[in-house]
Ligand binder design. Sequence first.
Ligand code: ADP
Ligand code: MG
Length: 572
Amino acid sequence: MNPNSPILGIDLGTTNSLVGVVDSGFPILLADENGSRSTPSAVCIAEDGTITVGAVALRQRALHPTRTITSVKRLIGRRPGEGGWVPPYVLSDLQTTPVEVSAEILKHLKAVAERALEQSVSQAVITVPAYFNDAQRNATKRAGELAGLEVVRILSEPTAAALAYGLDKLGEHQKVAVYDLGGGTFDISVLEMRDGAFQVLSTAGDTQLGGDDLDRMLAGFIAEKLNLSAKDIRVLEAAESVKKRLSVDEAASFDGLDITRAELEKIARPWIECTRLHCLRALSDANLKAEQLDEIILVGGSTRMPLVREYVRELFGREPNTSQNPDEAIALGATIQAGILSGSLRQVLLLDVTPLSLGIETFGGLMNIIIPRNTTIPAKAGEMFTNAVANQDSMLIRILQGERELAKDNWELGRIEVPFPPGPKGSARVGVQFSLDADGILNVLARDTATNQDTTLEISGTAIDVEDERVEQMIAESVDLAFEDMNERIWTEAKLKAEELLPAVDAALAQLGESVEVRACAAEVRRLLDLPEHDARALKAANQQLDDATQSLAVMLIERAMEESLARRGLV
Ligand code: ADP
Ligand code: MG
């Protein structure tokens, strides 16, 4: 796939359609020239053949009801006569087909995207209801092709919604119910996470139930109060706008008539009750009880109504997840899927940061962090190490994860043995590089720079897939024990320093003769090293004193050398 040409994510809805794209790693929905991210799924074919789509087409409906097609999604991929179904006369009258009408909507969305992106696009992911059969899916695909779009994936709507809600991060066998109440259809689906992908366990619903029905009921109520015709398109439009306002406000008015949310809810109650049996059906088909669901998400513009949210809460006995805009969730999910397919989203979608630090054990049993916790992945980092002991011919590298100062308190992910030619202490040069890819796979590369010999180890998953609880516990421990840990680290470092200093001091004294002061300092270091409890700060201070005292030894060494050299030349 061409990385420069994005893949669109499209929600081809019954009432409204939306288009999105992944831009700089983020899924965004694209707005048309009026700033709207949602296009009514309406197409008007004028007498002269001119085709308009969206809000413009919808406005024509009052004038040309027989030339404006809405809810074409109900017709796509269905054969006349199928289930006693007859195509509406408007289509045959206009000599067009559901595929052609859908293609007009898709063409429009493609144009919206191309205008917003300032580049041409030729590929798309399009969503369809989970219950769409092969004929309906193929017809949707054909509509895409007719609109000049290669349909790289047909995605089921509840799966798209779950992606938008970030539920792809759910664990294996977790279950989600997707409650989708749109303009003209109601869909309820139960999904289960299996092998990292969503499986549709069951789907139920009503293809003739949605917000439009409530608009008609409310229009009837308003018409009666105001002595108007409920069929009047103006009343119908007012009803929808009043309904939407009542999702936010307690009251709204039309033509001097005040309507309260309570009044709307009284009308809406029987309407929303109609979804109940479908929900129970979907649960029983999936062989589940409501309490076995891990999540319930709301999709579709009608779920913005407080009454609907309350109803779902009652029905499923749990708080529905409303963290996404319900009318944008499907398009957002389609966009995320498109981003994954084009490779532009993998990074953002799957994993974000390392939950815990990654490092290796160094001399003295200390943790040496190579990739710190909370680093955005993919990430790459490395360090150079050397041999601590003369004539060592290999180095054991233990790969660790955790926040504690001492290697033993962290978790070991793996170990590798790096061979190198024996030599004096500090002569080996081993580079250790960690690279953590977007899928959470940690590759460890150790290279002996003398021979350029590489040793590698791949650690999959474990570097990233750590249960939240274990991460929290590790961090809590590292905070609680920070003081003790730090003391141990300083102690270990001071001990290593002392073990280096003492033999050097002994050698110098042997050469130069005794120094009471230096002896006393060395004895103090030895005493502290032998104490059962580790006094890190005292040892560090004693090391420093010994170091200072030997400074005079060093000066003496130089003076002695000078004298000898001058004497040799007979100058003193
Ligand atoms: P579809 O999936 O059928 O294309 P949408 O998800 O776009 O439909 O939902 C459209 C329906 O949502 C319409 O009936 C519209 O009136 C309704 N709707 C949109 N916003 C609100 C709102 N704030 N309150 C109540 N209903 C709303
Ligand atoms: Mg929808």
